[in-house]
Design a protein. Structure first.
Length: 220
């Protein structure tokens, strides 16, 4: 009988990771799009780096950052009583780190794409920076931001390298759909892998369709 628990775990983790990344990512994207400050380019590079870095290398850095010997890892273990690594918290962190750059980039591009005419008109009417952002820029950029969030969700759902480095591949605990597919193929259980492969493929197609719809809406 087909075990769908890895797929369900993947969706749960991806939802939580995307929500966390969206809150942080939209804020960072807005900061990069609307402010000029010392270290802006360095921050942009640091946020883009996970997109081009090999997943295992990124996973290693995350492991160093939240492992049992790290400050954050020790604080978490002291509060919760269990380590971040080889836990579902580790899976969420891995997925969040993987999808955050996509959301930051999309949010920044969408906010920068808002016409200057609208902002200048609002400024002449006495609207301050915060009012202009929340009343004009954010609503007009919503389509592009949503496209980025959906891409981030798809990226979180498909994460393999960072997850296996940080959380391992523990059935029933940290084994997500990509890890279960890998394990099934290794064991020559193509029938077990095929169901999850088809579901993930269908979801990817639907996601890309919706991303295109939201992207077109962002510029109309």
């Amino acid at each position: 009988m087909m075990d769908w628990s890895p797929l369900l775990l993947s969706f749960k983790v991806s939802l939580l990771a995307t929500a966390l990344a969206a809150v942080v990512g939209v804020g960072l994207g807005a900061l990069l799009a609307t402010r000029r400050f010392v270290g802006r380019d360095l921050l942009d590079v640091a946020l883009t780096l996970p997109m081009v870095m090999p997943p295992t290398v990124l996973g290693y850095y995350v492991l160093v950052g939240v492992g049992r010997n790290s400050f954050l890892g020790q604080v978490y273990e002291g509060v919760v009583g269990s380590p971040v690594v080889f836990s579902r918290t580790g899976v969420v962190i891995a997925a969040t780190v993987g999808c955050l750059p996509l959301i930051v980039k999309s949010a920044r591009a969408a906010i920068e794409g808002v016409g200057k005419t609208y902002l200048q008109a609002a400024c002449t009417l006495g609207a301050g920076p915060l009012r202009r952002f929340f009343v004009i820029q954010l609503p007009l950029a919503a389509g592009g931001i949503m496209a980025g969030v959906m891409l981030g969700f798809a990226r979180a759902l498909g994460d393999f390298g960072v997850t296996i480095m940080v959380a391992g591949n523990i059935p029933g605990e940290t084994q997500t759909a990509p890890l279960a597919i890998y394990e099934a193929i290794e064991a020559s259980r193509d029938d077990r892998a095929m169901g999850m492969v088809l579901v993930l493929t269908a979801f990817a197609l639907v996601t890309l369709y919706l991303v295109n719809r939201f992207s077109r809406r962002a510029y109309t």
